[in-house]
Design a protein around this ligand. Sequence first.
Ligand SMILES: N[C@H](CCC[C@H](N)C(=O)O)C(=O)O
Length: 276
Amino acid sequence: MRLKFTKMHGLGNDFVMVDGITQRVKLSPEKVRQIADRHTGIGCDQLLLVEAPRNPDVDFRYRIYNADGSEVENCGNGARCFARFVRDRRLTSKDQILVETAAGILQLKVQEKEQVSVDMGEPVLQPGEIPFQADIQAETYPLEVDGEVYNVGAVSMGNPHAVLLVDDVLKAPVESLGPAIECHPRFPARVNVGFLQIEARDRARLRVFERGVGETRACGTGACAAMVSARLRGLVDEEVQITLPGGTLTIHWPGPGEPVTMTGPTAAVYHGQIVL
Ligand SMILES: N[C@H](CCC[C@H](N)C(=O)O)C(=O)O
């Protein structure tokens, strides 16, 4: 299979974008792993496949595959790059794009200077729907990991996130605690793990150990989930600048029952072809 692709990134969270509308694409978890491999493939955190919508009221469908080949529900940085990709490839000229993902329908607004705003929908806090094993919904949950108990927030943005507060992200145990929580039995679908340092009521720093990838330079859904968890704990106002290793996202969330909006940059790096 010859595959045309575009390499893109959102704050260094990098993607292989594939147009599955103008070319026939047949992917398997093994092929995704091959493409994502940073030594023997193209290299990416996620592969994003653009397809025609199944729902006639929506412009596109896009599917998200982690570097380990797992297909997942949502990708915030990916949604922004998707919007730029379909515009650049002239698959649409709309400024407001509706796209169907496994997590539901997202509304994307293309702005100037390659900025894109995404209505990420309402956060899901019911443990059973995250999914996370807990008897009742709470702002934080005690989670035992290798004999230590950590206080974690649990939020779904269509995909599951655990959020831990730290004093200094640079000293956070991302390499050790990230994988241990990613595969914790109380998260039956595994989980993305965010380490959040609150600097002010409108500013925070975040590192994310992503499910199926490892630590990435940025995680859009992770920034949304971290802001929601901090706001539920009364630590931040309704708009927060979240700075990740790759750069800063603006996250807006008035509170429960309202959607989360994420705004940030996109970048196209190069176009290519690969034969698999
Ligand atoms: N690793 C995530 C998917 C990509 C999320 C991230 N790249 C983003 O920008 O939201 C998961 O397994 O749910």
